[in-house]
Design a protein around this ligand. Structure first.
Ligand SMILES: [Zn+2]
Ligand SMILES: [Zn+2]
Length: 229
């Protein structure tokens, strides 16, 4: 094993560059270098077979590709699951619940529907129920923040107007009428389908968030954190 050529079994154009010591009459390979980029791999460090193999299959010239662990398709760098399969897995893991009357969020997406008919028209098969919230001031945390800036062992008793503050905050909180909706993708509701719906069309859109969003354009959306009203 003192000559690189005895292990040559590939297309000669892919054979790596072999570096030998000038003063070595036997020309024992010291390094194998990638023929494309010149990265060298040491025989001493990894052995002759590995060094040659690494130079042939240089990782700089052949970057590692990533594949989906569910469907096997190629995925973007570092992703081990494609968008469709991630969506499918999330959908499979969600608990199916009964229709709560809305509003709804396209499952795994950011399109909101006021009623189920809009979701059906948009071609989505599953929606998530939404949690609803209103802007609310937490009076206790406001006072605690103030206490942090006061002397040690201070308490609410060291402040004046506390009762009035609580009353004012309650009045503010009670006055809020603009809801924010969050889709809860731990839960799912199946969108009822008319029997004349085209299954092909639905399948084509089912996993395509953009298609679902595009189909919903023009529908008024509730104000939500992910979309400003
Ligand atoms: Zn290379
Ligand atoms: Zn996949």
């Amino acid at each position: 094993m003192n000559d690189a050529h005895v292990i040559a079994d590939i297309d000669p154009s892919r054979e790596p560059i072999v570096l030998v010591a000038l003063d070595d009459p036997e020309h024992n390979p010291k390094l194998f270098a990638c023929r494309t980029c010149g990265n060298a791999y040491s025989v001493k460090q990894v052995g002759i077979l590995n060094a040659r193999d690494m130079a042939i299959n240089c990782t700089d010239c052949n970057p590692k590709t990533y594949a989906c662990d569910m469907c096997g398709c190629e995925t973007p760098r570092y992703w081990t699951r494609c968008y469709s399969c991630r969506h499918e897995a999330k959908l499979a893991a969600a608990t199916e619940v009964v229709d709560d009357g809305g509003p709804y969020c396209a499952f795994g997406g950011d399109t909101y529907y006021f009623d189920m008919g809009e979701a059906a028209d948009a071609g989505v098969d599953w929606v998530s129920p939404c949690t609803v919230s209103y802007p609310q001031i937490n009076a206790d945390s406001v006072l605690e923040t103030l206490l942090d800036d006061m002397f040690e062992d201070s308490s609410i008793d060291d402040m004046a107007g506390v009762e009035a503050f609580y009353a004012a905050v309650k009045s503010f909180n009670d006055a809020q009428t603009t809801p924010t909706y969050f889709g809860d993708d731990k839960r799912k509701i199946r969108v009822p389908r008319d029997t004349d719906g085209s299954p092909e069309g639905r399948d084509a859109q089912r996993l395509d968030g953009e298609a679902a969003t595009a189909g919903a354009e023009g529908i008024a959306q509730p104000s939500g954190s992910e979309q400003s009203a």
